[in-house]
Design a protein around this ligand. Structure first.
Ligand SMILES: NC(=O)c1ccc[n+]([C@@H]2O[C@H](COP(=O)([O-])OP(=O)(O)OC[C@H]3O[C@@H](n4cnc5c(N)ncnc54)[C@H](O)[C@@H]3O)[C@@H](O)[C@H]2O)c1
Length: 341
């Protein structure tokens, strides 16, 4: 298949690209490099199935038109987003524009491709579901739209299912909810085969270890530098940490599954670890773990543990990598790739 990956030069996008290429698909990436890196895609530059890496903004219509002119795309993985919770609180507009409006631009481009391929005029504003949907059977571009576990309300001891209530604790979470709902509306309105994929906190090689990165890389980098590990707040907040290759397998499996169309699907390990315990696992003997004030306590979700039963039942997906194994691989990668710091 011909696959377009938005946010393909980012952390998870890079692994989705790798998995697609390894599986024999053709891949084009679209990324504005606001948080992505050319180095993330370096290993695939000469891959015969790598169609290219476009530098551009999903909100830029000319750029979207150019990328879709290189189609038609059989599948679109929409990962491009602003991902920083604190930045979204400080200045909500860029996150809203990238995560909500950006998703709209991508969906509209997919809809236009879909309509044209089926002989419908995308400019014809009267879409008749009963008349037109039966004609929309050919060349249905599939869409996997990336959500986040940060959309969920506070949870107790029960793992979080897809039916758990939402609580947009930050403009990032709210923008992602908007993105998810828009994506699902294209399934319900046009029968576009869309799946909303909702991984829990993902970690692994190629994740940034600065403030734009993830807690695992931040802890491991500090430990490798001999600096104390800084735990924000009480450290009792928990995360269900998903190894990035398991995440990429989940995202690609969901995208290609007819059974997943129109669904929101969680992915996680089903086990959570407190940030304090994680710091203990990441700190070498002799290094210190220190508590510091939380920068956005109001947006903290104290317990995040996935119920991934739906992913298991619908997709047959289950994570393969234990936390200890994933931490060891991430540490080894950071140690060998200081550019990634
Ligand atoms: N990392 C996690 O723990 C996690 C968990 C759940 C969901 N997600 C979601 O997964 C996706 C990828 O996250 P990530 O951790 O790889 O982050 P990332 O920042 O590494 O990847 C996002 C990519 O999108 C690009 N981008 C941002 N705005 C863009 C725009 N307007 N046009 C084009 N490209 C743009 C960035 O440059 C970056 O390369 C995001 O949608 C994120 O919300 C991440």
């Amino acid at each position: 298949m011909r696959a377009l990956v938005t946010g393909g030069a980012g952390f998870i996008g890079r692994w989705v690209v790798k998995r697609l290429l390894d599986s024999g698909h053709d891949v084009l990436t679209l990324d504005d490099y606001s948080n992505g890196r050319a180095e993330n895609l370096r290993a695939f530059e000469t891959h015969p199935r790598m169609l290219g890496a476009v530098r551009g903004d999903i909100k830029d219509q000319a750029c979207i038109d150019e990328v879709f002119a290189r189609g038609p795309w059989d599948v679109v993985f929409h990962l491009a987003a602003s991902i920083h919770v604190q930045k979204s609180i400080d200045d909500p507009e860029p996150t809203f524009r990238n995560d909500a409006e950006g998703t709209f631009r991508v969906l509209e481009a997919v809809r236009a491709q879909y309509f044209k391929a089926n002989g419908l005029d995308p400019a014809d504003r009267h879409f008749d579901f009963d008349r037109d949907v039966p004609r929309l059977k050919v060349r249905r571009p599939r869409v996997a739209c990336m959500s986040t576990c940060m959309v969920y309300d506070l949870a107790g001891d029960e793992p979080i299912r897809e039916t758990h209530p939402y609580r947009p604790a930050s403009p990032y979470a709210a923008s992602k909810i908007a993105s998810d709902m828009l994506a699902l509306s294209y399934f319900h309105s046009y029968k576009l085969p869309v799946t909303v994929v909702r991984p829990f906190n993902t970690y692994g090689p190629f994740q940034k270890s600065n403030s734009e990165g993830g807690v695992v890389s931040i802890f491991l980098k500090r430990d490798l530098s001999g600096e104390p590990l800084l735990v924000k707040g009480s450290g009792e907040q928990t995360r269900d940490l998903l190894y990035v290759e398991d995440c990429a397998e989940f995202v690609t499996t969901a995208a290609f599954s007819e059974r997943a169309e129109g669904h929101v699907i969680n992915a996680g390990t089903g086990a959570d670890v407190s940030i304090l315990e994680l710091a203990g696992k990441c700190a070498s003997a002799g290094n210190r773990v220190e508590r510091v004030a939380h920068d956005h306590p109001q947006a903290e979700i104290m317990r995040l543990r996935a119920d991934a039963t739906k992913a298991s039942e619908l997709l047959g997906w289950a994570p393969r990598t234990s936390l200890d194994e994933g931490l060891a691989r991430t540490r080894a990668w950071l140690d060998d790739n200081r550019w990634g710091w």
